[in-house]
Design a protein around this ligand. Sequence first.
Ligand code: ZN
Ligand code: ZN
Length: 432
Amino acid sequence: MATVSFWGGVGITGSSKVLIEDRGWRILLDVGLDRPQTELYHHPVRPRQGMELHDRLKVGDAPWIPRLFQGDVVLGTGLEGGSDGKTAVFISHSHVDHIGLVGWIDPRIPIYAAPETVKIREAITTLGRAAQADSSFELIFAEKVMLEGQEPQIRPMNEADPLEFGPFVVTRYRVDHDVPGASGYIVETSEGRVAYTGDIRLHGRHPEWVTTFAKQAAQSDVFVIEGTTLGRKSRDTEDPVTEEQVDKNFTNIVEHTRGLILISLRPRNIERIESFTRIAKTYGRKILWSKEFATFLGAYGLEVQRIDYSAEQLQTIRRSPEKYVIQMGPKDIPWLMDLPVGPDSLFIHSDGDPKLTSQAGQSLRVWLQRYHVGLRTLGTRGHGTPEAIHQIVEWVTPKVVYPVHTHSPELLQPDPPTMRVVPEYARRYPIR
Ligand SMILES: [Zn+2]
Ligand SMILES: [Zn+2]
C-alpha cells in the first residue's frame, strides 16, 4: 500500500515533513528543524553540541523515520539509521524549517533541490566559515553559523523534469515564496499522485509559477498545502501588500528622502534585494551592505559594496548622505552615533532584523527617536492569504487536502468534492 504521513508541521507553523511510502521505498519532502514540541529545549537550554539529532530523537523531538539518518548519529536512540538505498529526499526551499536537519542524513541518500537552493546553501556555508574565523560576525540566519551535522551534498534538480526513483516519479515545479528556489513537488506513486506546495503565496513576483504548479497538480489524490495564515486576523492577511507594491513604496521613499536612508532586510529575500538595488541606483544611490550581508550576497554571485565604517568611508558618506542607502543589522545600530542622520533621514524596516516586536526592536526605536530619524515599515509576508490558500486548493481540486505548517488546519474549508483531513503526527494515510 502507498501511504503519506506527516512528521512535522502538524498543528504548528513551519517544519513540514511529508513522507511518502510505497512498497518499502520512501520519498521525504523537506527535512526541517522542528519547532520544539517538548518543553525540554527552550533557548538557551539546547541539545548537546554535535549530538543535536540524537538528543532530540531521545526525547521525541525529531522525526522517527528509519533508514534516513547517519547510523552513528542515531546510535543509542533505538532508531534504525543508515541507508538501504530506498530513500530519497527533496527540499522545497532553503528556510531552516524545511532544510535544517539535512546535515544528519546518511550521505548515501540522494538529496535534491532547486539549483538556487543549492546556491543559497553554499553561500550560507561561505558566510559560516567567515563567521568561524571572525567572531565579530553577526549571525544573520536562523541556522546560526552552519547547519547541524555535516555539510550535505545537495543535487540540483531541473524544473519540470521528471525523476524516477524506485516506484516513484518526482517532478519539481517552481512556486512563489520569499526566497529563490522555492519549489513544489508532484510525486507519482503506484497508487496515485501526491502534490506538495512547500511554502507558497500569490502576492509575490511570480503568481504565474503557482498557477502552473496548480495546473500540473490538478486532480491529485493527495494535496499537501501550507496554511500559515489560516486563522490570522491581521490587516496584513486580509489586504496583503504585494512585492510590486513594496517596490513602488520603496521607489517613492527613495525619490522623496533627502538624507541618508537606512534599511533592514532579510538576506534570503534576494529578489527584493536585487530590486531595491536597481531602484536605488535609478535615483543615484548606492546600497552599502554590512559585512555579513556582503559576504553572503557576494558568495551568491551579486556585486555588492560593503560598509566597513572606516573613518574615510564615514567621511565620504557625510559629504553626500543622499547618495547612499545603508543596510543595517542589530549590531550596526550604534553606528548611528557616527552617521550623518537626522530628520532628513529614514530607517526602512523591510522584514529584516531586529524584529520590531522584539526587545532589540525596541532598542532600535529608541535609537531612532534619539537621533530624530523616522521609521517606516515596508514589507510583505512570504505566505499566501487564507483566500489564496483556498484559491490554490480550488485550482487543484484534489480528492483529499492535508493542511500543514499551520496552527489552524481546521480553518481550511474546501468545496466538495475535495475532502479536508487534519493530519495527525506520524499517522499513515492511504493515498487512494
Ligand atoms: Zn516554512
Ligand atoms: Zn519558508
